[in-house]
Write a protein that binds this ligand. Structure first.
Ligand code: ZN
Length: 467
């Protein structure tokens, strides 16, 4: 591979927990950062000019649902809280997600993620059904490969669905326990690469442990995953209802309940964790279990604000995630960063979180949570996963400290980005992706979904969900 030099860096953040700044240049050789500092171009080296850019590690999105990028602003779900929204949006539409719909949806989400700085994405795909004539995992990995990102599939599924009062809502698709474990194994055999510079990985990820599997299965799921070197992931404590249900039915708060089943440790991360006691925050920090912080979806669904800053203060692992676009109309890393910055300070004061900490959560924090240990930090020997954010938008004019623009302006726009030294965004464009064509595909697929749900007579109105 020809050498590459990212030169003229005036505003750089390494991604470490201290918010360390740097300037100068980054030399890339064989997909790795070879050197940093005051470097001159060598003969034959390709030079990328970082003038007018902020340079950070590529951003890491640790929890998403790519199938929801064609389920934005579904009218019946716009003013619904979590349970109602789940029923009216994902659980009403899942039978109509065919292979093409999933591919277009993933393409929309990945385009937005990549253009807002992501270089690593973890997608929690939770709907696997024998009714599908395709493998959702295959569609998602194919799309991820087109974009050249590192992609971890948190392979979801459930053995127990939630019942809905309305017979027009199709029953949630479930698998047998053996079917679920076999599905994880097959995905791992095909895509799980344990090497430090892996492009594809699998995690074992039942949708929501308190609702979607039997308690006696949890320890076996954990053992099954660990025997194969897979991480564990799930939704947890997304709102007060989850914790109240777990206490009522399983007799404990969600975090200590999962601890009893071997579901805490440095190889586990949970999406949301909005409703936590101080004791639960401490238990997560002690065991090294990570948080995928999803401030936008939690705000849009009225779920609350996760105590991410409290977990971070105790030395716990915090990462940033956009969550499914069906619950926040966005897969934008900059919007997620700004939401977290604004929400924590609005409710807990200006000392709650610094912009530099948010960059860390979205870079090295995310890499540690997912176990991509050679990424997320700009230092010699690390993978050359690098984002150059464009400051040429008027929103970024007048900043005394431009390095913080990707957080403070809520408008993170990438000029160039690299995964393992390979360029995935060039002058603000994704090579090989025709955005006009994608816009047409999106409109067509969204129209078709809306038509299909009306034909099925599923007018998702006054329904209620129960576990
Ligand atoms: Zn989610």
């Amino acid at each position: 591979m020809t050498g590459l030099l990212i030169a003229n860096i005036a505003h750089g953040l390494t991604g470490d927990a201290e918010g360390t700044r740097f300037s100068g240049a980054i030399r890339i050789r064989d997909g790795l950062i070879a050197d940093m500092g005051n470097l001159r171009p060598e003969p034959g080296e390709r030079v990328i000019d970082a003038t007018g850019c902020v340079v950070t590690p590529g951003l890491v999105n640790t929890h998403h649902h790519l199938f929801q990028s064609v389920l934005k602003a579904v009218p019946e779900g716009m003013n619904a809280a979590l349970d109602d929204w789940l029923m009216r949006v994902p659980y009403s539409y899942w039978p109509f997600i065919d292979a093409e719909t999933l591919a277009v949806s993933a393409r929309i989400g990945l385009a937005e993620l990549v253009l807002s700085g992501a270089t690593t994405v973890s997608d929690h795909h939770y709907i696997f059904s024998a009714l599908y004539d395709y493998d959702p995992a295959e569609v998602l990995f194919d799309e991820a490969q087109r974009f050249g990102i590192r992609f971890l599939l948190a392979r979801g599924g459930m053995t127990k669905g939630r019942a809905f009062d309305d017979p027009a809502v199709p029953p949630a698709p479930i698998e047998t326990f053996d079917g679920f474990l076999t599905g994880i194994e097959q995905a791992a055999d095909r895509w799980h690469d344990p090497s430090p510079l892996a492009m594809t990985r699998i995690a074992s990820a039942p949708v929501t442990p308190c609702f979607n599997v039997e308690p006696q299965m949890l320890a076996e799921i954990a053992q099954h995953a660990r025997a194969r070197g897979l991480r564990l992931h799930a939704h947890l404590s997304e709102n007060t209802g989850y914790a109240a249900y777990t206490e009522r039915v399983h007799g404990k708060r969600p975090v200590p309940w999962l601890a009893d089943h071997g579901w805490l440790g440095p190889d586990v991360w949970f999406a949301h964790l909005v409703d936590l006691t101080e004791g639960e925050v401490a238990l997560l920090a002690e065991t090294g279990a990570g948080m995928a912080h999803c401030p936008q979806a939690n705000a849009r669904l009225g779920s609350g604000i996760a105590p991410a800053e409290a977990l971070f203060r105790l030395g716990g692992k915090v990462s940033m995630a956009v969550d499914g676009a069906g619950a926040n109309e966005a897969a934008d890393m900059g919007a997620a960063l700004y939401s977290a910055f604004a929400l924590h300070r609005a409710t807990k004061g200006v000392g709650a979180v610094k912009a530099e900490a948010l960059i860390h959560w979205a870079t090295r924090g995310g890499a540690e949570v997912l176990g991509f240990d050679q990424t997320g930090l700009l230092a010699p020997g690390m993978a050359a996963d690098i984002a150059l954010f464009d400051l040429s938008h008027p929103r970024n004019f007048g900043l005394h400290d431009p390095a913080l623009a990707p957080v403070l302006t809520g408008a993170a726009q990438v000029k160039h980005s690299f995964v393992g030294g390979r360029q995935i965004v060039e002058h603000g464009r994704i090579p090989g992706l025709d955005l006009a064509e994608l816009a047409e595909d999106a409109a067509r697929v969204t129209r078709r979904l809306s038509q299909k749900i009306r034909e099925a007579g599923a007018e998702p109105l006054a329904r209620t969900a129960h576990a």
